[in-house]
Design a protein around this ligand. Structure first.
Ligand code: 3PG
Length: 391
């Protein structure tokens, strides 16, 4: 993105692919605008350089070729316009041509409405590429998708480069996973081992401590020979859980198993919460959080970490009685001197709930993309931009 900063863009047509896929309520109001805010620096840079700027994104998963009002980027353009202090027109049916002058900014309607977008249709990607002199990929949240407006356009545009958000994300992830200050401790939590198994397997080859939480921890407790009552778990994956524990052990690292847990007899916000030793869980118990002793042990481990990677709350933090573990982890990360990186929808909700946004070194705008990076995959965005940089 030095290209943008270098001021070589005066009079150039710049097509920015951002990820403006933000949550909305039933009335279409934007409930969380981090991705919009994070996309503005790239746009401002291009405008300041005197470019004619087009920005687009997908919003949701609309049916291609079938416009419905709720698929429109209009509310996103309105919010971005408020934040930037300018009107941002939304252009419909834009693939055949866009009128935009240097210094102007337009938003191209939801790119997933174009037929062929998802399947990275070559003709569509070439049409998009023909709209611009420079293509800027700044959509980290969509970096794991190879679609016409993310991948194909990067192949065919005269010039293709990464934007500052994409660059910042990959820098932060590199700092955490490729050249971490050790010990490197990862927290991988969530309801199912199956959805995060490849992440656990990849991290087990790299991290010094692997903290598991939520339903994932229940399966690991089972693997360690503990009873978990009627808690959520995946007994089919005990072998895989044991293999992760063994892989860590072989490297002199560990997966700490909870020593105490918070149980309830039913899954409800007003259910009675009882702290129990990990070996005292009864048949009709549901484990809904880690216990205070476990939280202290994990907080100490995090306090000693050089780098922390956080994905997933360790308990049902939406229910106050079962939020103690997640709050303790959040506070431990907030007070630690480690370089910390966090990502994923639920994780961001926990960060917001405990107000530690400023205390986490880097908060990723990626959901699925962040998870795929943790799996050790090279995302299509980096693959194609790398190829373009070489050619
Ligand atoms: C996300 O919210 O994770 C990204 O915007 C990608 O959206 P998608 O899963 O619909 O491709």
């Amino acid at each position: 993105y030095d290209l943008i900063a270098a001021g070589q863009l005066a009079g150039q047509r710049v097509f920015i692919r951002a990820d403006l896929n933000v949550p909305q309520d039933d009335a279409g109001r934007i409930t969380e605008d981090t991705r919009i805010r994070a996309s503005i620096p790239c746009i401002e840079m291009a405008l300041k350089a005197g470019a004619a700027v087009m920005v687009t994104s997908h919003l949701g998963r609309p049916t291609e070729g079938e416009f419905k009002p709720e698929d429109s980027l209009a509310p996103v353009a309105a919010r971005m316009g408020e934040l930037m202090g300018r009107e941002i027109p939304v252009i419909a049916n834009w693939v055949d041509g866009v009128q935009v002058a240097p210094g102007q900014l337009v938003m191209l309607e939801n790119c997933r409405l174009n037929k062929g977008e998802k399947k990275n249709n070559e003709a569509l990607a070439r049409q998009m590429a023909a709209l611009c002199d420079v293509f800027v990929h700044d959509a980290f949240g969509t970096a794991h998708r190879a679609e016409a407006s993310t991948y194909g356009i990067a192949q065919y545009a005269k010039v293709a480069c990464a934007g500052p958000l994409l660059a910042a994300e990959i820098d932060a992830i590199g700092r955490a996973l490729a050249q971490p200050k050790r010990p490197l401790v990862a927290i991988v939590a969530g309801s199912k081992v199956s959805t995060k198994l490849t992440i656990l397997q990849a991290l087990a080859k790299n991290v010094d401590g692997l903290i598991v939480g939520g339903g994932i921890a229940n399966t690991f407790m089972l693997a360690a020979g503990l009873k978990i009552g009627k808690s959520l778990a995946e007994p089919d994956l005990l072998g895989e859980a044991r293999a992760v524990i063994e892989a860590m052990k072989a490297r002199g690292a560990e997966v700490p198993i909870p020593v105490d847990v918070v149980c309830a007899k039913r899954f409800a916000a007003d259910a009675e919460a009882t702290v129990k030793a990990a070996d005292a869980v009864e048949d009709d118990d549901l484990i809904l959080d880690i216990g205070p002793k476990t939280a202290r042990i994990l907080a100490d481990q995090l306090a000693a970490a050089g780098t922390i990677v956080w994905n997933g709350p360790v308990g049902v933090f939406e229910f106050d009685a079962f939020a103690g573990g997640t709050e303790a982890i959040a506070q431990a990360i907030a007070t630690s001197d480690a370089f910390s990186i966090a990502g994923g929808g639920d994780t961001l909700a926990a960060i917001a709930k405990y107000g530690i946004e400023k205390d986490v070194s880097y908060i990723s705008t990626g959901g699925g993309a962040f998870l795929e990076v943790l799996e050790g995959k090279t995302l299509p965005a980096f693959e194609i931009l790398g190829k373009r940089a070489e050619s």
